[in-house]
Write a protein that binds this ligand. Structure first.
Ligand code: SF4
Length: 444
């Protein structure tokens, strides 16, 4: 017998009548809390479905992802398809997802299979982390440090050592690089000279001939200069991110980004000048004090600027963020508004030729929504697809990098983590390399 106490459902609230109709008197707890009891003998999803239906009836709410948890619904749909099932039917009937979500997942799966194919077993994605940003955003939960460029030198030295080692090991194990991704942090926090030296080091360490996509996150527009973009272009980088998050100045000020809307326009202009092939722009639905109109306005501006990739995030306030400290319950406010913002944005993007190409969910996402990447002109972010499929090894270098080694025969991953503190990473670089020798390269 499973017994659940829902002390946060207020029996005296608007649900009172429903609760009375639904529950027997014995199902109220001693302290007046709502108690649901379940006799559970079978499939755990049966129990979840029963609880979902009962709570929906109690509260009048029906979350659109049903009982589906986990970050990667598209991966699940792919596994269902490969085992001969109909993913849409299973998502709706067994996981109780809403048809709009099931359709979105199936559309993305179809696009990925058609455009990216399945990764070669010996292919590899490489991630390189630069854990520095000019300021820390209000909602940030990543590895992001605010130091001047001189202080970044020792980190780049340690990282260079890991890059040299990894390049050798990748070659001798016969891996072929498919995608290369610089993230962080904000890699363009480095100076043009530092970027040039780092990318040269990567070029000498790895064989880059097989690379299908080379991304550098230039997320913060205030870090972008013509010289830096020219360095990236000269090194064959073909995809960058310029992430406004919002095109409303008030919002940018409020979330601590320290750049202007004007900086975003300028960054797009410079990227156009150097001839960057693909620009991704991230927007966040649900930023403090934003209305549906604000979000729609930001999207229009990004479409007008011609971003090839647009990623719609929903604000997820995580434990490590300043916003969580300021407002514990921020996530649970205006949930319907966030769902609305995203639904309109999906419609608008599809209407002007963008297609959804990847999706992931996060814990604590406002309105129980998801993050979706859109692309146009058949230029999706391949790295994003690969990281969500979990069917390829990912070698992550730098502070905070978590490498994943993929075992195709067993369809499973093992993780090898670097420390996330960049100063500890510098001090313990030999140990980070040793971890890779044992856990990544010595493991297949
Ligand atoms: S740009 Fe990204 S990594 Fe840097 S502080 Fe903001 S959210 Fe964090």
């Amino acid at each position: 017998m499973y017994r659940f106490n829902f002390s946060n459902i207020d029996n005296t609230s608007q649900y009172e009548e429903l609760i009375k109709e639904f529950l027997q008197p014995s199902q109220y707890g001693e302290n007046g809390e709502t108690v649901l009891e379940y006799d559970f003998r079978g499939d755990k999803n049966d129990l979840k479905r029963q609880i979902y239906r009962d709570l929906s009836r109690l509260t009048g709410e029906a979350p659109k992802w049903g009982i589906l948890t986990g970050i990667r619904p598209v991966k699940l749909a792919g596994e269902l398809l490969d085992s001969g099932e109909d993913p849409k039917k299973v998502l709706m009937e067994q996981y109780l997802t809403d048809e709009t979500k099931a359709d979105l997942v199936c559309d993305i799966l179809e696009y990925q299979r058609a455009k990216a194919g399945k990764p070669d077993p010996m292919s590899l994605s490489v991630y390189i982390g630069i854990p520095f940003c000019p300021t820390r955003c209000l909602y940030c939960s990543f590895t992001s440090n605010q130091v001047d460029q001189e202080a970044m030198g020792p980190y780049l030295e340690a990282l260079g050592k890991e890059i040299d080692f990894a390049g050798e090991a990748v070659k001798s194990e016969g891996y072929k690089l498919e995608t290369l991704y610089f993230g962080g942090g904000t890699p363009t926090s480095l100076s043009a000279e530092q970027l040039d030296a780092l990318l040269n080091r990567v070029k000498s360490a790895f064989a880059l001939g097989s690379v299908r996509e080379y991304t550098v996150e230039a997320g913060r527009p205030d870090t972008i200069t013509y010289e830096k973009l020219q360095v990236l272009q000269d090194h064959g980088v073909d995809r960058i991110s310029i992430n406004p998050q919002s095109m409303k100045q008030n919002t940018l000020d409020l979330i601590g980004r320290r750049h202007t809307v004007e900086d975003v326009y300028k960054a797009f202009e410079l990227a156009g000048k150097v001839g960057m092939e693909v620009i991704n722009a991230d927007l966040i639905a649900g930023l403090p004090e934003e209305t549906a109109e604000d979000f729609a306005y930001s999207l229009e501006e990004i479409i007008r600027l011609g971003a090839e990739n647009i990623t719609l995030h929903t604000l997820a306030v995580k434990r490590a963020s300043r916003l969580k400290e300021m407002d514990e319950n921020f996530n649970y406010k205006d949930e319907e508004l966030r769902e609305q913002m995203l639904a309109s944005a999906h419609e608008r993007l599809r209407g002007c030729g963008y297609v959804p190409y990847y999706l992931y969910r996060q814990k604590h996402t406002s309105g129980n929504t998801e993050n979706t990447g859109f692309c146009k002109g058949d230029r999706p972010g391949l790295y994003n697809i690969r990281i969500m499929e979990e069917a390829q090894s990912n070698l992550a270098l730098g502070a905070g990098g978590i490498s994943k080694i993929y075992f195709p025969e067993e369809n499973r991953l093992e993780r090898v983590a670097n420390v996330s503190n960049y100063e500890v990473y510098i001090d313990r670089i030999d140990e980070m390399i040793d971890r890779k020798i044992k856990g990544f390269f010595g493991n297949r």
